[in-house]
Design a protein around this ligand. Structure first.
Ligand SMILES: *[C@@H]1O[C@H](CO)[C@@H](O)[C@H](O)[C@H]1NC(C)=O
Ligand SMILES: *[C@@H]1O[C@H](CO)[C@@H](O)[C@H](O)[C@H]1NC(C)=O
Length: 179
């Protein structure tokens, strides 16, 4: 009787095992991809790639030249290395706006559009809070297109160099994606 029961259960056990194997294969396939590149934010230059399009009216404390609401549209070059002449990987297209009344905190929202390498033609959408003098800022990735469709993950943004006179900056970005 017991043996007969086991025999009847066997197909179900084999099926359950197949499901477990398939689930672990899927888990292994969910790889993490690390992208690293630099972003060139040119506020002063020709051409400028970050251009002010809204002037706020309320200055930040201790800084009469920066206003709550100041907003810039950008089409910043992305390159492999910190030198702007290093190979291009894409553009960061979007805007940043001084969204805090009291500190240097931006709403930074952009599409990172890749134009070279294995992600050429794909893009990542980012919606983030960028406290510009923090050492590391987190970039939530809200989605992707093309080969990056459906990705989840985050980026880390660091200031590589900045010029307080021109306000130009080179930013280092690491992105960690799960497919
Ligand atoms: C990126 O893709 C476009 C469109 O397919 C192609 O024209 C271009 O040569 C590619 N760029 C690189 C650097 O591979
Ligand atoms: C900042 O830019 C100005 C104007 O181009 C330049 O004279 C100055 O040397 C730069 N400062 C640094 C620290 O690179």
């Amino acid at each position: 009787m017991a043996i007969k029961h086991t025999m009847q259960l066997l197909p179900a056990l084999v099926f359950a095992l197949a499901l477990v194997l398939r689930a672990s294969a899927a888990a292994a396939a969910a790889e993490t991809i690390h992208l690293k590149f630099y972003m060139h934010d040119i506020v002063t230059g020709s051409p400028a790639t970050a251009v002010q399009v809204i002037k706020g009216v309320v200055p930040l404390a201790n800084d009469p030249t920066t206003h709550f609401g100041d907003m810039y549209v950008m089409d910043d070059l992305l390159t492999e290395g910190p030198d702007a002449a290093s190979p291009a990987v894409g553009r960061a297209q979007g805007f940043f706006q001084f969204a805090s009344m009291t500190e240097y905190a931006l709403l930074l929202t952009a599409n990172f559009v890749f134009t070279a390498g294995s992600h050429n033609g794909s893009s990542l959408a980012v919606l983030s809070r960028d406290v510009i003098f923090d050492t590391v800022r987190e970039l939530p990735i809200v989605g992707g297109t093309g080969g990056l469709r459906g990705v989840t993950g985050y980026g880390l943004l660091r200031t590589h160099s900045a010029n307080t006179t021109t306000r130009n900056a080179v930013l280092k970005i690491d992105m960690y994606l799960r497919m």
